[in-house]
Write a protein that binds this ligand. Structure first.
Ligand code: SAH
Length: 363
């Protein structure tokens, strides 16, 4: 009797061990497979040279190893690289490589997606215009890291991961956390959770679950406004999970020593970037272990907001700094290839949003 082949890229190490055992294959081979898939970026079982021939034949008849297929690779003048990846069902997502080369050691960041599209519909974000097409599987989420690490020659080099591509990670909680466990395995890429940042609009039940995770990434909250009225207008999930509820979970969130929650704040010219906004933000964060990352808007056609001047950005930042809040201004990377925050959008959304997208692209 034939049965569908199992995709090894969708399995955590413990699941892979169980899958091997169920097929009378010794479980220690799972570690070898993990090493090939994650550390060497190999998907062809025949290339796994430390597995015997008979074993390889057995594995080939039972398993496949999925990998997102790179169908586009754009490079920005600043070194940022945006990969367009096609999944098994033809859906497409984007994943971004962001190199940073300060005088000290270079730092590399992979920005990956957790969903095709996004259901949050934040007013300033292009991905939000697509609507949600579907959740990514854990294998597809971790697969972006496998592809990026191989494409950039970083399979053996420490890199950071930010879950800041397309999608809302806490809206696809189980697959996102499973992907992080897969990436964390010491037999694979051994990514430390300290190198991972999960960015969310603040879905309260998801935050409460996250607070109990054994494998805890750094947390970033997309705040963007200081009153519920304004935040609901910009970030619609705020209607259900208002500021007070989010900040309450943040106050109780179990943080490691010296670590803090990052609050992201998109600056929209004349909308949420006034000195009053800055002072309200200081008050809101008064008893939270917080740092603030200001993101001057990356404008796009169809987005009804403007990027504030550098002076306005500096003035906002200064008010926070004067009140002893650690504040940074996010450099926009890869804007020339539409790889910056909120600029990730691909074809293949819902019918309605496809039409919307066309309208956006034609302008
Ligand atoms: N859904 C998650 C992660 C995706 S976006 C979240 O909302 O946190 C990562 C960050 O980019 C978020 O803070 C998001 O609000 C911000 N962003 C979205 N559109 C943007 C734009 N046009 N310009 C600047 N930042 C944007």
């Amino acid at each position: 009797m034939t049965h569908p082949q199992v995709d090894l890229a969708e399995l955590e190490l413990s699941e892979l061990e169980a899958a091997l055992e169920a097929r009378a294959v010794e479980r220690f081979h799972a570690r070898q497979l993990y090493r090939w898939i994650y550390r060497h970026g190999v998907t062809d079982i025949d290339r796994m040279s430390d597995l015997g021939r008979t074993l390889r034949e057995t594995l080939k008849s039972e398993f496949v190893i999925g990998m997102p297929c790179t169908v586009g690779d754009e490079r920005s003048i600043d070194g940022t690289r945006k990969l367009l990846l096609e999944l098994a069902d033809g859906k497409r997502i984007e994943a971004v490589f962001i190199p940073d080369t300060p005088a000290t050691a270079p730092r590399y960041t992979f920005c990956i997606s957790t969903q095709v599209g996004c259901a949050m519909s934040c007013g300033f974000c292009l991905t939000g215009k697509m609507g949600l097409v579907r959740n990514l599987t854990a294998g597809e989420i971790a697969g972006q890291v496998r592809v990026l690490a191989a494409a950039t020659g970083l399979l053996d080099y420490p890199f950071n991961i930010v879950l800041m591509g397309m999608g809302e990670p806490l809206h696809n909680y189980d697959q996102t956390m499973k992907a992080l466990r897969m990436l964390h395995s010491e037999h694979g890429l051994a990514v430390s959770p300290r190198r991972v940042t999960l960015s969310t609009v603040g879905i309260v039940p998801g935050l409460e679950r996250l607070a109990r995770e054994p494998l805890m990434p750094n947390l970033a909250i997309s705040l963007h406004a200081t009153t519920d009225e304004q935040r609901t207008a910009l970030v619609p999930p705020n209607r259900k999970y208002p500021l007070a509820a989010i900040l309450e979970v943040c106050r109780r969130f179990p943080l490691k020593k010296r670590s803090r929650i990052t609050f992201e704040y998109v600056l929209l010219d004349g909308v949420n970037d006034t000195p009053e906004d800055a002072r309200r933000l200081v008050k809101l964060l008064a008893d939270v272990k917080a740092k603030v990352n200001l993101i001057p808007l990356n404008p796009a056609p169809g987005i009804p907001f403007e990027r504030p001047s550098d002076e306005r950005v500096d003035r906002f930042a200064q008010i926070l700094a004067d009140r002893h809040i650690t504040v940074s201004v996010r450099k926009s990377r890869g804007r020339d290839i539409r790889a910056a925050c909120g600029q990730l959008i691909v074809e293949g959304g819902t019918k309605k949003s496809a039409a919307q997208q066309m309208a956006l692209l034609m302008r």
